[in-house]
Design a protein around this ligand. Sequence first.
Ligand SMILES: CC(C)(COP(=O)(O)OP(=O)(O)OC[C@H]1O[C@@H](n2cnc3c(N)ncnc32)[C@H](O)[C@@H]1OP(=O)(O)O)[C@@H](O)C(=O)NCCC(=O)NCCS
Length: 189
Amino acid sequence: MKYDDYFAAIPHLETDRLILRAFYREDINTYLEIIHDPQVQQFLGGGVNLFNEEPHISNWLNNINGRLLKSKTVFTWCVEYRSEKKVIGRIDLGGFVKKTMAEISYYFSPEYGGMGLATEAVKEVTQFGFDDLKLHRIQAAVMPDNVPSLKVLKKAGFVEEGILKKYLFGKEFHDTVMLAAIREENLNK
Ligand SMILES: CC(C)(COP(=O)(O)OP(=O)(O)OC[C@H]1O[C@@H](n2cnc3c(N)ncnc32)[C@H](O)[C@@H]1OP(=O)(O)O)[C@@H](O)C(=O)NCCC(=O)NCCS
């Protein structure tokens, strides 16, 4: 399949414990509970839209499954915990530059924290980026105090590159840690 073809629909990905798939309306209540949790919002700099009513819900679903896919802007996956058929998070791969670079971001329910589930999802999406999209660099921007997120990325093979001073993080300016996974290095693992 060619790069452009992957944007026809949200790709269905699976790991041992997770299904990564498109968001549907029936996922929304659980998703909104996760994203409104102050623990989840803590290190996002107000960058993730908070909404809980129509027409915002329909607009968001139409955007992530339609407009933003067609424009090849971002893949937004709903993360489902297979054994409980429960929505436990969201993971995005977007910010594509010349079909070669992208940025990863994710938001998981604290209820399922520390089980390695975010790491499993990040590994899968990174692999999809390298194996299918043939990207050569995937990066992630993280606030320095977000220890769990830094751990997730390092466990998934990302390497810390340095601090971006007063970087625009969500809606705020923060000193931000830049990490990246590089295709060539990933292939050799
Ligand atoms: C960051 C986040 C994705 C982690 O999800 P998770 O499913 O708990 O991740 P994992 O279980 O794969 O790994 C988390 C690691 O952080 C560790 N950890 C969790 N809380 C911690 C804390 N307060 N201090 C230190 N380590 C902590 C866990 O023990 C685990 O490490 P280990 O495997 O070495 O034990 C989740 O907390 C989240 O969505 N946070 C809010 C949104 C966010 O910050 N997204 C990232 C933006 S860059």
